[in-house]
Write a protein that binds this ligand. Structure first.
Ligand SMILES: C[S@@+](CC[C@H](N)C(=O)[O-])C[C@H]1O[C@@H](n2cnc3c(N)ncnc32)[C@H](O)[C@@H]1O
Length: 345
């Protein structure tokens, strides 16, 4: 941190903005996010394969346009878009324009077919996919004081906190609508308004197609009493200190982000609908084709990790169709229409 910000009391939103995205911020470090935590993208290439199948279904729903866009929103080092391009059937890949949208610099050696941007392109025809973006959009933290009034939590760059002013205006309205805090001292909430706005802006870049946001999520009625703000450094969870040394993240109120027509599924339900099974291969294969058996076993293990209860499988997928024809008759129906409850668990 610079001398200017060290020791200064600021709301968590401004403090995290500098700590993550400022000139010396965490996300400009050369090792990239994968050096500090593992997302579904890093867990297995099966994830990119499922996203490629989703892009295929969007393609069909759009009537196979001459140019199909795939936008990896908050792309990290471009790992997902690289995997999706590799997994696409060649006829679809030939029509696909691939974009990575990221605040960090383009990594050296990235596939020349991938365009690297800091904002999504306008008028996307296809799929915009944001994996673990919104949890890194900084928000204010609210904490109730001794009278039960939610106040802004102020923080210094060493992580010391104190309470500031009560909320007003749009943030107070958001809290009352999406994360009402009981009048009891010490309860905390994350004021997700900047995430709703960030998501609405990303969806507005889609002309026709689908936008998807994937994150650890919670919904109204089941918000965590003390919030979820935390840090990650070198693969370990750590105290969130806004000094640029660690990631600062908080789970996402995806139900608040959803625009009309949007729907939230678990990652488990979404990946199953996209054909990720995770069943163990039959034991008989071990004696007839041992190498294939070992490969199938490894793949089943990775699928199990991506869909695990208590882990990545509990992530939320917010699916937001934009100007798509009636999806009931398209291959997207399994994701967008009537998934029975048991499949969502
Ligand atoms: C947790 S990482 C996820 C990376 C990748 N999507 C994955 O799943 O592995 C979050 C990324 O979002 C990027 N990011 C945050 N806000 C952004 C914005 N407004 N536009 C583009 N990228 C952004 C950060 O720089 C960081 O690389």
């Amino acid at each position: 941190m610079t001398d200017e910000t060290a020791g200064r009391w600021r709301g968590w939103r401004a403090a995290a903005e500098t700590a993550l995205y400022g000139p010396e911020g965490f996300y400009h470090r050369p090792e990239g996010p994968a050096g500090h935590f593992r997302t579904s993208v890093h867990a297995s290439p099966l994830f990119a394969g499922a996203v490629a199948r989703l892009l295929g279904r969007v393609d069909e729903a759009l009537g196979r346009p001459a140019t199909l866009d795939f936008v990896d929103m908050a792309a990290g080092r471009g790992e997902l878009v690289t995997g999706v391009l590799a997994a696409l059937p060649s006829d679809v890949a030939a029509r696909t324009r691939a974009y990575a949208v990221e605040l960090a610099e383009r990594p050296p050696g990235l596939d020349h077919r991938i365009e690297w941007l800091t904002e999504p392109p306008r008028g996307i025809t296809g799929l915009l996919f944001a994996n673990e973006w919104l949890d890194n959009v900084p928000v204010e933290i609210a904490e109730t004081d001794s009278a039960g009034v939610p106040r802004t939590v102020l923080v210094r760059s060493d992580g010391t906190e104190r309470l500031g002013e009560p909320f007003s205006g749009a943030q107070a309205e958001w809290l009352a609508r999406w994360w009402p805090l009981p009048a009891e001292e010490g309860l905390r909430a994350e004021v997700g308004l900047p995430r709703d706005e960030a998501w609405a802006a990303a969806v507005a870049a889609v002309g026709r197609g689908l936008a998807v946001a994937v994150d650890y999520a919670h919904t109204l009625g089941a918000r965590p009493l003390f919030g979820t703000l935390t840090g990650f450094r070198a693969g370990r969870e750590t105290a969130p200190v806004p000094d640029g040394s660690c990631d600062i993240t908080a789970h996402v109120a995806l139900d608040a982000c959803a625009l009309p027509g949007g729907r939230v599924l678990t990652q488990r339900a979404a990946l199953r609908a996209l054909g990720l099974a995770g069943a163990r291969p039959p034991l008989a294969l071990a004696s007839t084709q041992p190498a294939a058996y070992v490969r199938a076993l490894a793949s089943a293990g990775e699928a199990a990790e991506l869909t695990a209860p208590g882990g990545l499988g509990d992530f939320g997928w917010l699916l937001q169709p934009v100007a798509l024809p009636d999806t009931a008759a398209t291959p997207l129906a399994a994701l967008l229409v009537d998934v029975p409850d048991h499949e969502e668990q």
